[in-house]
Design a protein around this ligand. Structure first.
Ligand SMILES: Nc1ncnc2c1ncn2[C@@H]1O[C@H](COP(=O)(O)OP(=O)(O)O)[C@@H](O)[C@H]1O
Ligand SMILES: [Mg+2]
Length: 246
């Protein structure tokens, strides 16, 4: 059985044209899904729809054996417990240390004991390579380090599925790899992830499945070797011909 299933997911912003159109996808646990496609094709909207930031107007999302009812607050809350999302702009709290940034939501929102949460936050920051930066404030960290704090903060919520939306796009080129290394390590641990990224070499390396979107629709789904080396659809052929030239 699929771990995450999307069936006919359709959504628009404020009743305008659909930005997600009949999206049907199935993923197994531990998969790393690379979401690619031209700007405006609906990649971010798809991640936003999964966490209920964009309400689907039709279709169904199933996680494990639970159907998410986006109209029900309880169901939406349960879904939000299972996903964590990290954006290009990491949005850390500037007045809090790295440790506090990671520990705050589990302590205040999940009401977990603070000693236990802090110990876990230290372990998570160490895991993302920031074992020496517990007490640093965001403005004392590089962009790559701040983004890794944001990833640790997402992991502190114990998601079943991690959603990453262009998490390296705002970074200087030399800082991109340290974030990609963190994602590689999470994959090795079996974390299920949906990754929107322009780092095609990285997607090719790490993705178990690649989804190519255009105009709110899924155009082609396949393993990286198919998507990048033997695309089937004309639209994907055109896209890969463009991106692989530079
Ligand atoms: N907040 C918004 N309000 C209205 N339209 C939006 C909003 N965000 C995105 N869109 C539109 O939705 C479409 C898909 O955008 P998006 O999901 O951001 O694409 P991608 O992430 O693939 O670049 C685009 O046409 C975009 O202009
Ligand atoms: Mg986007």
């Amino acid at each position: 059985m699929a771990f995450l299933a999307l069936d006919g997911l359709t959504a628009s912003y404020g009743g305008k044209a659909d930005v997600l159109n009949d999206v049907t996808l199935r993923f197994a646990k531990g998969e790393v899904v690379g979401l690619i496609g031209p700007s405006g094709s609906g990649k971010s909207s798809l991640l936003r729809a999964l966490v209920g930031l964009l309400k689907p107007r039709a279709g169904r999302v199933t996680i494990g054996d639970e159907v998410v009812d986006y109209a029900s607050r309880a169901s939406l809350r349960a879904a939000r417990d299972r996903f964590a999302i990290v954006f290009q702009q990491y949005n850390l709290f500037q007045n809090m240390t790295a440790l506090r940034n990671v520990a705050i939501a589990p302590t205040l929102v999940k009401k977990r004991p603070s000693a236990q949460v802090e110990e876990e936050a230290r372990a998570l920051l160490t895991k993302v390579g920031l074992g020496a930066k517990f007490n640093a404030y965001p403005d004392e960290l590089s962009g790559g380090q701040q983004q890794r704090v944001a990833i640790a903060r997402a992991l502190a919520l114990h998601p079943d599925i991690l959603l990453l939306d262009e998490v390296t796009s705002a970074l200087d080129p030399e800082l991109v790899n340290e974030v990609l290394d963190t994602i590689r390590a999470l994959h090795a641990e079996g974390m299920t992830m949906l990754i929107v990224s322009h780092e095609m070499a990285f997607i090719r390396e790490v993705a178990t499945t690649v989804v190519f979107m255009d105009q709110g629709r899924v155009v082609e789904v396949g393993p990286p070797a198919q998507i990048f080396d033997a695309p089937q659809s004309p639209r994907l052929k055109e896209f890969t011909a463009k991106i692989l030239r530079h």
